[in-house]
Ligand binder design. Structure first.
Ligand SMILES: *[C@@H]1O[C@H](CO)[C@@H](O)[C@H](O)[C@H]1NC(C)=O
Ligand SMILES: *[C@@H]1O[C@H](CO)[C@@H](O)[C@H](O)[C@H]1NC(C)=O
Length: 334
């Protein structure tokens, strides 16, 4: 290499160094600017950050709009997020905020900040990431031909696939949130029942919209008394639901969703009483007294950790309709 070209390489090097110094090298870059996710799901917000050489980062955190004594409140110290926030920094100069069991009230702008060992060494990444949390809601519009829409309050991030459930049984999958339902009024009247609908999004099948009736208030559906139950190993639990609808329940049956992945190739899911894992531990205390509408109770005694699962109720009615109560009750045994 000639001395002349060495000189110009050095010059270019010095010039680029100058540009960096003039710009200042404090920065936070977020992996996304805004994100819309489902209530109950988990979100990860990531960023990379840089700071001048000579500084050493002593503290990193995320915050939203809360301040105490002029200082932003560390999200991991915020009681509204207790037990739901985790920080991860497994790569150098990269930081991730994880929030689980999202609530609609978590919708906010999230900012990352870091503090260094030098005086005045604090930087906040502005603007932050806008997080919007939405539930699912079935909206019914139209006359003879109904359109059902699986509504969210923000456009879900990633191209979601919507799943529709008619009377709790999964059916149509769609990349648009619409579902068309042709209603034959005469048919309904003569059979005396109406269908109920729920929607969810692929990958989040446990997060359903509330169940709606396309017409009237009395379509077939099941409501569980509790959505989640947490109990101690060795104790017993009652999982209860009631039926609403125009007909009578004739074959009540409880099943665990651990086994339910495969039930499509059979006619019905497997009755919990026939599962050897539950032998002698399953009771139906009120089966005799309340046969038609419930409450229907599933009692599991001498609980084991492997009983942790989502339990669902399914039924037939005297009008030959089979329905599933969705989502079921999630049991956690600890
Ligand atoms: C924020 O919380 C994290 C995790 O608890 C902690 O490592 C960090 O030092 C805290 N930062 C501030 C400024 O409180
Ligand atoms: C449900 O059962 C009750 C009691 O047997 C009966 O009176 C009623 O007519 C039944 N309802 C329907 C829709 O079959």
């Amino acid at each position: 290499m000639s001395s002349r070209s060495t000189g110009s390489v050095l010059l270019v090097f010095l010039w680029s160094l100058t540009v960096v110094l003039v710009q200042g090298n404090w920065d936070v870059t977020y992996s996304t600017q805004s994100i819309c996710v489902l209530k109950g799901s988990t979100v990860e917000l990531s960023c990379t950050y840089k700071y001048p050489s000579g500084h050493k980062v002593t503290s990193t955190f995320w915050f939203t709009t809360k301040y105490t004594d002029g200082n932003p409140v560390n999200l991991s110290d915020d009681p509204d997020y207790r037990g739901r926030v985790t920080y991860r920094s497994d790569e150098k100069n990269r930081h991730t905020l994880i929030i689980t069991d999202l609530r609609e009230s978590d919708s906010a702008e999230y900012k990352f900040s870091f503090i260094t060992d030098q005086t005045g060494g604090q930087w906040i990444g502005q603007p932050g990431v806008t997080l919007s949390v939405t539930g699912l809601q079935v909206e019914v519009i139209g006359g003879q031909k109904r359109t059902l829409t699986c509504r969210t309050t923000c456009p879900l991030t990633g191209n979601p696939t919507y799943i529709w459930y008619k009377n709790g049984e999964s059916g149509e999958e769609n990349s648009t949130p619409q579902y068309y339902n042709q209603i034959f009024r005469e048919y309904e009247v003569s059979w005396g029942y109406q269908d109920s609908y729920t929607c969810s999004v692929k990958g989040h099948e446990d997060l359903h919209s509330p169940t709606v009736c396309v017409e009237g208030q009395y379509c077939s559906r099941v409501t569980y008394t509790q959505r989640r139950i947490c109990v101690l190993k060795g104790s017993s639990v009652d999982i209860t639901c009631t039926y609403v609808g125009g007909s009578n329940v004739t074959s009540p049956l409880w099943f665990s969703t651990k086994q339910s992945g495969w039930w499509r190739d059979k006619l019905f899911p497997e009755d919990l009483t026939t599962d050897p894992g539950y032998a002698g531990r399953v009771e139906f205390p009120d089966q005799e007294s309340t046969r038609y509408r419930g409450p229907f109770t599933l009692r599991i005694t001498d609980l084991r950790e492997e009983d942790s699962d989502e339990y669902r109720f399914t039924y037939a009615t005297n009008l030959f309709l089979r329905g599933y109560g969705l989502p079921g009750t999630t049991l956690t045994v600890t």
